[in-house]
Unconditional design. Structure first.
Length: 691
């Protein structure tokens, strides 16, 4: 019976797996019977090197086998595993038979010996191309042999592997990958080779329906390549929601993990493509900026992945734009903007509920506490879980502080290698500043908290490649509270403060300073933190007239910084003692400018009270009013005096006296290079001179 006759009679393309394998077994029986009819003399002295007809008969009569039901020619249900596989890989009935012939030894060990007999070589226990065609009733020269070519659905799709390429085509061996066998047997576990590069993602429950439908349509169009340009939204969550709307599963490839396996990338890409097709899934790939940073390496990585995944819906996501050199196909680019405050609160409500918390009406309050943070879906869920665990240990509901701490924990260590991390320990009550300065600081916090709504949704800063960062300048003399104010801002936003060490930034070699700054800006954009450039005029100084190569390179640095500050997406604070030293072009790009004047007498009195605190014992002769009126010191110097005086009191074992406090002031004057004058110290001059 030929293959065509069998297809016409039985409708093989719709038969369930085990019925079709029973048919393969019957074909093998017929082939063995035909081979036995022409078998050589059983007295052959080399008979021990191959199976005799009697041994073949014993194998065929052994108990066990496939243990399948009686053959039934009715079509298999459309949802059968074999019918599903044929639909997903566009297999013809002949393709299905060839696959089952190659699969048989993986399901029943008897077929190994039978194939060895039919191959006339007991060491070759899998079917060859020629044997597979013979079992399908096809001549070796039939055009059907090209159903096993490199471009055929079976081979190109990864369902069949053809080995021993050095042999003639008909003698090459067919094998089915283990993952395909496992899938046909109902195993849902992904290929073990993908274990190190697979990620997880959950659908964004707050994604807008029109965005999901648009992304789903894009995935079904053309080659199915979609680039989600993330601008603060949950791009992976939108991709998962779109694939779900398209009736597909989700296979997540972690770009950071793939970057660690660059040498294995082509093989991993093929395995991922097979897994996606087997399971009827689309691929979510990203974030793309986590792939190798070198342009050539990144282009190679993305192109290899896209080439292997061609025909599979692929959602690539990242904050960078798409480079046409990355793939032969041009993707559909969809922007993913940050959610509105209402949607953000809904995201937190879902995440906290998923972590086991009951927040009810508190979701809005909790969301406002971390409104300045930009989190993807995975970070948000992990932060919610951490906050719920922290609250559970204290046996209380989740608080804003729990959420701030959990969100800060999501920051990576990349920026910590480039700047000094400071965990804020001060608040608004610790500041002693004039009202205009406080208003500037409050405005900075408001801008940071609502920038996504104002700059993103309302598009109040459109065009020009401008970022959504917030840049502030704190100008004032040393010790007037600039660094402390930056720490207060970070604490109010629930963020860490990263102080850039300029010694690690400025480099004498041309171009290196810009590279160092680029690394800092790139890392800072991906971290929820406040970036502090202390003594910023060292790198943000005025451009000068070009007289030599040094001037030209200095101006290039300034020009680079001007451009980079505009595209910055984070929160940065620049501090300077001399505002006049900054280039005017920088000033135009600043969102907030806060002046920090030297404190007046009333402010100095408040600073003395704050710095000495309530725990330090005080003697009756302590006159802080005198200190505030006579000693014109900035807040930093007052804090230094208070600490020095506290050490003197600790050494004496007695409450803090005026003499000790005056001695501390004298030490600070000497550090500052100031004279000790009677007009300032008055009745305490003797104590001052004695110090």
């Amino acid at each position: 019976m030929t293959y065509v006759e069998e297809e016409t009679i039985t409708g093989l393309g719709a038969e369930p797996l085990w019925d079709r394998l029973r048919l393969v077994e019957e074909r093998i029986r017929s082939a063995v019977a035909a081979r036995r009819a022409v078998d050589p003399d059983p007295d052959d002295p080399y008979r021990g090197q191959y199976l005799t007809p009697e041994a073949v008969r014993r194998i065929l009569d052994e108990p066990g086998g496939l243990d399948v039901p009686v053959y039934d020619p009715r079509p298999a249900p459309p949802g059968s595993v074999l019918g599903t596989l044929a639909a997903r890989f566009a297999l013809s009935p002949l393709d299905t038979d060839l696959l089952l012939i190659a699969l048989a030894p993986d399901l029943d060990a008897r077929f190994e010996r039978l194939y060895g007999y039919l191959n006339d070589d007991l060491t070759r226990r899998r079917p060859t191309v020629g044997l597979a065609l013979e079992l399908c009733g096809l001549a070796p020269a039939s055009p059907a042999r090209f159903r096993l070519s490199a471009s055929s659905p079976l081979v190109a799709g990864g369902l069949l592997e053809i080995s021993e390429a050095e042999r003639p085509p008909l003698s090459r061996v067919l094998a089915v990958p283990d993952r395909v066998t496992a899938f046909l047997l109902g195993d849902p576990a992904p290929d073990a080779r993908l274990a190190g590069v697979l990620g997880t993602v959950a659908q964004d429950p707050t994604a807008q329906a029109e965005d999901v439908l648009r992304a789903a349509r894009a995935a079904r169009s053309g080659p199915g390549l979609v680039h989600l340009h993330a601008r603060g939204g949950d791009a992976p969550g939108l991709a998962a929601a779109a694939l779900g709307a398209a009736g597909l599963g989700t296979l997540v490839l972690d770009a950071a993990a793939l970057a660690r396996h660059c040498a294995e990338l082509p093989a991993l890409a093929r395995v991922a493509a097979l897994e996606a097709r087997l399971t009827g899934s689309g691929v979510v790939l990203g974030p793309l900026e986590e792939l190798p940073p070198a342009p050539a390496e990144r282009a190679r990585a993305v192109s290899e992945l896209c080439a292997a995944l061609r025909g599979v819906p692929v959602f690539a996501h990242g904050t960078d734009g798409w480079d046409p050199a990355w793939a032969a196909d041009t993707p559909v680019v969809l922007p993913v903007t940050a959610p509105s405050p209402a949607r953000q609160a809904e995201r937190w409500r879902h995440a906290l509920a998923g972590a086991g918390a009951c927040v009810d009406g508190a979701a809005d309050t909790l969301a406002r506490a971390v409104a300045a943070h930009r989190l993807d879906g995975g970070q948000l869920r992990r932060a919610a879980q951490a906050a719920v665990r922290a609250a559970g240990l204290a046996d209380r509901p989740v608080s804003p502080d729990d959420l701030r701490t959990a969100v800060r924990a999501q920051n990576g260590a990349g920026l910590a290698r480039l700047a000094r991390r400071v965990q804020p320990g001060v608040g608004w009550d610790d500041l002693v500043l004039p009202p205009p300065t406080l208003r500037g600081l409050r405005e900075l916090a408001v801008r940071a908290r609502h920038r996504e709504q104002v700059l993103g949704q309302w598009r109040m800063r459109p065009g020009g490649g401008r970022g959504r960062g917030v840049i502030a300048l704190f100008a004032g003399e040393s010790g007037t509270g600039k660094t402390m104010s930056a720490e207060v801002i970070a604490a109010d936003l629930g963020m860490d403060l990263y102080v850039v060490d300029l010694s690690t930034v400025v480099d004498k070699y041309v171009g290196e300073t810009e590279k160092n700054l680029e690394r800092i800006f790139t890392e800072a954009s991906a971290v929820n933190a406040v970036l502090l450039f202390d003594e910023a005029d060292a790198i943000f100084g005025k451009r000068s007239e070009v007289k030599d190569a040094h001037d030209r390179h200095a101006n290039i640095e300034s020009a680079y910084l001007l451009q980079r500050m505009e595209s910055f997406d984070g929160i940065a604070v620049l501090t300077t003692n001399l505002r006049a030293n900054l280039d005017e072009a920088f000033t135009r790009r600043l969102d907030v400018v806060a002046e920090f004047p030297v404190p007046d007498a009333d402010q100095r009195l408040a600073l003395w009270e704050r710095c000495l605190g309530e725990r330090l014992p005080r003697a009756a002769d302590l006159d802080l009013g005198f200190c505030a009126a006579r000693f014109e010191l900035a807040g930093g110097s007052i804090r230094a005096c208070a600490v020095t005086a506290a050490y003197l009191a600790a050494e004496s074992g007695q409450p803090l006296t005026m003499r000790q406090l005056v001695s501390a002031v004298v030490q600070e004057y000497r550090k500052l290079g100031r004279l000790v004058l009677e007009s300032e110290f008055g009745p305490y001059l003797a104590d001052a001179l004695g110090a």
